[in-house]
Design a protein around this ligand. Structure first.
Ligand SMILES: [Zn+2]
Length: 233
């Protein structure tokens, strides 16, 4: 074993004694067999039933784009464990957590018979990617893809313009803010395919709509949208 990897293992062992891993949902200490979430949180995740085609999500994008399927996994409410989980995934550098949640979502999608040809994570601008180190939508997509056996396409859909945070904007303002900020390369690769966009949160649907504006140029494209959680104000 290289000294460096030995030291890393040693450090991890020490850290787990002094800072035992905690649940991303409720911050209680995890027991040996638990991973990311304690059994209590894992068994009580507010999962939408069904995750595909739930009427509450249809209202958000309501007919503005011809989606094959619209899927949302978790219900996001303020102060809930889902909020803690999302925060951990975004700001605490928890790549494995994003992958794990993608896998859980994938299992539900499998139960409901979801299929498509390609998963495309909603991209972030390279500046944001540099700041954060990873795009959680891509990790969620890889988690889903692993369970369903569907390839993930990264790098063809890109975000070419840096946009300010959208939290305080309404749907119309978000649409304007994002207009023209996405670009699709290698159009021909997607001809006749069923593509599913993957993102972490569904709010107003303006990101998906902006992407649809460019993807609709692809001949015979079918499009679905999958979101890890739904947060509607
Ligand atoms: Zn917990």
């Amino acid at each position: 074993m290289h000294l460096q990897s030995f030291l890393k293992k040693l450090f991890t062992a020490f850290a787990s004694v002094f800072f035992p891993p905690v649940c991303s949902g409720c911050k209680s200490n995890l027991s040996g067999f638990e991973k990311f979430l304690c059994s209590e949180c894992l068994n009580n995740l507010p999962v939408f039933e069904p995750v595909l085609g739930h009427p509450i999500h249809g209202q958000v994008l309501g007919g503005r784009m011809p989606l094959e399927h619209l899927g949302c996994f978790l219900r996001f409410t303020k102060g809930s464990r889902v909020q803690n989980i999302m925060h951990g995934m975004k700001y605490e550098n928890r790549r494995e957590l994003a992958l794990f949640l993608g896998e859980l979502f994938g299992q539900r999608l499998k139960q409901e018979g979801f299929v498509c040809d390609i998963l495309i994570p909603v991209p972030v601008h390279r500046k944001k990617l540099k700041d954060r180190g990873y795009n959680q939508a891509a990790l969620i997509a890889y988690g889903i893809g692993t369970v369903l056996g569907i390839p993930v396409s990264e790098g063809n859909l890109i975000k070419n313009r840096y946009t300010q945070t959208q939290t305080k904007l309404n749907r119309e303002q978000r649409m304007l803010n994002l207009k023209g900020s996405f670009e699709l390369k290698n159009y021909e690769n997607f001809k006749g395919k069923h593509v599913a966009l993957v993102d972490d949160v569904l709010t107003t649907g303006s990101t998906t709509e902006n992407i649809w504006e460019i993807m609709r140029e692809v001949p015979q494209l079918k499009i679905s949208a999958l979101y890890l959680c739904h947060a509607r104000d």
